[in-house]
Design a binder for this molecule. Structure first.
Ligand code: PMP
Ligand code: GLU
Length: 383
């Protein structure tokens, strides 16, 4: 039997980040000791009180479907959290999703079809491109690498890339894969262009809580951005809840009612007891756990920068998230394959983020494992 696959699925590749981490897991299953710096996943347990809240919700029988957009208690808590970010947010403008990824998927598919133009700032996280292609959009890309991945000096390039034909711009600060946190001046520059050309902007703020010595600004809080910004966030990174699958988006109510159709016809709702755990995660009871993780990531970043400098490698240092772009050979794919085979160190090729010549390191790993990774890369001639 011949299976005739849909064009939209055939035009995308599997997620490169997940593919490498799957490969690392396979090698580990074969008994190899792999230092896995590929997938972006905090290496801390979910805070105890959140786990307890999830268990208690299960025991209390919160195991059925919820209202499609999410339980009101959680949407209200999210709206309150977003008001703290300076957004004018209401519970009815939020959809709770199984992960931030699903939130992005729903928003992109609600806004984009038939060649609509979407602008990405490169390097950009793998799944934006795939989601836009799945939706049938066309991509226009702004390369930030000549500016050490900062947006500010690239505003002229962004101005060149956008026009009245641009439907959507995706901004991700703190950034995956560079760790860049855009300054207010840079975000105001984005705002001016978005307003001038009447562009809708997705602000993916999933790494919001992971910043070092700088403040993250929510794009939707800037004047003129409230009704054109869709804010994406989630629980995976801030609360080390990747496997719970919980995220959300905030958008104007008209978009929420359109996206709600996609949501209700696909996932129905996010998992009931997980949503209850989400309410606990957003309470101040997790502040210490979140801060401990943030401090640990900051120390690891600084240590890694020093270790690489000892080997004569300079890396652009971002002020957020837990990623770093390591300059490698032009053929970054071959470099990453070699590094995993010869040194058993897993990283993601920069090409996956449209940044050839780099490998992305996730430093959400213990200091010991990070040292081990640098030693192995150096011993095998990769640094
Ligand atoms: N946005 C970015 C930039 C990410 O790196 C991720 C990675 N997981 C997500 C969104 C989605 O995360 P999740 O689905 O786990 O909430
Ligand atoms: N976002 C993380 C990463 O880039 C997790 C994997 C994924 O969802 O792509 O590694």
């Amino acid at each position: 039997m011949t299976l005739d696959f849909a064009d939209r699925v055939e035009r995308v590749e599997p997620s490169a980040t997940l593919a490498i981490s799957n490969l690392a897991s396979e090698l580990e299953a074969e008994g190899k000791d792999v230092v896995d710096l590929s997938v972006g996943e905090p290496d801390f347990p979910t805070p105890d009180n959140v786990v307890e809240a999830g268990k208690a919700a299960m025991d209390a029988g919160h195991t059925g479907y919820t209202s499609s957009n999410g339980i009101r208690e959680l949407r209200a808590a999210i709206a309150e959290k977003l008001r703290g970010n300076g957004l004018d947010a209401d519970a009815d403008e939020i959809i709770v999703t199984p992960g931030g990824k699903q939130a992005l998927y729903e928003v992109i598919n609600t806004l984009i079809d038939g060649g609509d133009e979407v602008v990405l700032l490169d390097p950009a996280w793998v799944s934006y491109e795939a989601m836009v292609k799945l939706a049938g959009g066309s991509l226009s890309r702004v390369d930030l690498s000549p500016y050490e991945f900062q947006l500010e000096p690239a505003l002229d390039d962004l101005a060149e890339a956008v026009s009245d034909d641009t439907e959507l711009l995706v901004v991700n600060s703190p950034s995956n894969p560079t760790g860049a946190v855009y300054s207010d001046t840079a975000l105001e520059g984005v705002r001016d262009l978005a307003v001038e050309h009447d562009i809708t902007v997705i602000s993916d703020e999933i790494y919001e809580r992971i910043v070092y010595g700088v403040e993250q600004t929510s794009l939707g809080s800037l004047e003129g951005m409230g009704d054109r910004t869709i804010t994406i966030n989630g629980f995976s990174k801030a609360f080390s809840m990747t496997g719970w699958r919980l995220g959300y988006f905030h958008a104007p109510e008209a978009l929420v009612s359109q996206a709600g159709k996609l949501h209700s016809h696909s996932v129905s709702c996010a998992v009931n007891f997980v949503q209850h755990a989400g309410v606990e995660a957003l309470s101040s009871a997790t502040d210490n756990a979140v801060e401990e993780m943030r401090v640990a990531f900051a120390e690891r970043r600084d240590m890694l920068v020093e270790l690489l400098a000892d080997h004569g490698v300079d890396v652009p240092v971002g002020d957020g998230a837990f990623y770093m772009m390591l300059p490698v050979d032009d053929d970054d794919q071959a470099w990453c394959e070699g590094a995993i085979e010869d040194a058993q160190v897993a990283t993601v090729p920069g090409s996956a983020f449209n940044a050839p010549g780099y490998a992305r390191i996730s430093y959400a790993a213990s200091e010991e494992r990070l040292r081990e990774a640098v030693d192995r890369l150096a011993e095998n001639g990769y640094l």
